[in-house]
Design a protein around this ligand. Structure first.
Ligand code: ZN
Length: 301
């Protein structure tokens, strides 16, 4: 029996063949078909058939960067340009598998952390994933909490800055507008506009400005990059403190591209978050460990 995980991202689909102990035994990447649900379903069905060969498929897991309904259909996944696509049903019609799971990518990452990562054995936890967007997954009573009306949870779209910048979701001042990798890149733009510090220098030398560059410049000790990064961790600490006040989690795990900053990110959060909470303290703030494979593993459990 074979398990196949498809982690669908904005540009790339990470595909993994996973054994019974959640080890990835084979991995490949394919480009995500944009605004083409038929091509997406074809790709999943054909790749699954190729990888399975004569073997029976136990589970096909699919993670979607967007809102997934309880029947495994995409409701809204704007960054792959797909709306109202009954993915699970379309795959069932064409492929034999014991089960098919379709879930939101942050929920999948939360499940991966719970089963095989930073939240093993805990009852209450919060995973936040900081990439282009700001996702999250809540663990309550040792299980993934999928919302009272089964629509998942979207901590990145709680408003932190009333009347602030317009968010991708259409509202204004969401946590995502101040705490995503895009927000960090925008802080870097300030350095470029002011022609100040190492960020401006490296961009002038032809490097692409992104969150990674801002983090690298802060790590290398550049004063202005650190000032900007400090502004970023202030906003992120505000957001995390608000989550702590609502959920009081034992563990707050941080994943996604920005978490690759490691201690440069975690140390200021551990220093700043407790003082911003109602309680004056908080659970452990750690890096998510399932990392790049979280979507593949978490789609299958
Ligand atoms: Zn929003």
């Amino acid at each position: 029996m074979i398990n196949l995980g498809f982690d669908i991202g904005g540009t790339t689909i990470k595909i993994g063949v996973v054994d019974e102990n959640f080890n990835i035994v084979k991995k490949l990447n394919k480009p995500t078909p944009f605004r083409d649900p038929d091509a997406l379903v074809d790709l999943i069905v054909n790749t699954a058939k190729e990888l399975a060969g004569d073997e029976e498929i136990r589970t096909i897991g699919i993670t979607i960067p967007g809102f997934v309904d309880k029947d495994g259909g995409i409701v809204d996944a704007w960054n792959i340009g797909m709306w109202n696509v009954p993915v699970k049903q379309l795959i069932w019609e064409r492929l034999k598998a014991n089960r098919i799971i379709v879930r939101n990518d942050a929920d999948a990452a939360g499940v991966a952390e719970l089963m095989a990562g930073a939240m093993q054995g805990i009852k209450t936890g919060l995973l936040i994933t900081i990439g282009t967007g700001f996702g999250g997954a809540l663990i309550i009573d040792g299980k993934l909490f999928h919302g009272g009306l089964d629509r998942g949870t979207e901590p990145g779209h709680a408003v932190i800055d009333r009347g602030g910048r317009k968010c991708a979701c259409g509202h204004h001042g969401c946590i995502e507008t101040l705490c995503s990798a895009m927000a960090l890149k925008r802080l870097g733009e300030r350095a470029v506009d002011q022609e100040r510090g190492l960020i401006a220098k490296r961009v002038a030398e032809g490097e692409e400005l992104d969150a990674k560059l801002v983090i690298e410049c802060a790590k290398s000790g550049d004063l202005y990059a650190n000032e900007l990064f400090d502004e970023y961790t202030d906003a992120l600490a505000d957001a995390i403190a608000s989550f702590v006040n609502i959920l009081d989690p034992e563990v707050i795990a941080i994943g996604g591209g920005v978490s690759e900053a490691g201690e440069v990110l975690l140390e200021p959060l551990r220093r700043k978050v407790p003082g911003k909470t109602f309680f004056g303290s908080c659970g452990k703030i750690v890096k998510a460990v399932a990392g790049n494979n979280a979507g593949i593993i978490g789609s299958l459990i």
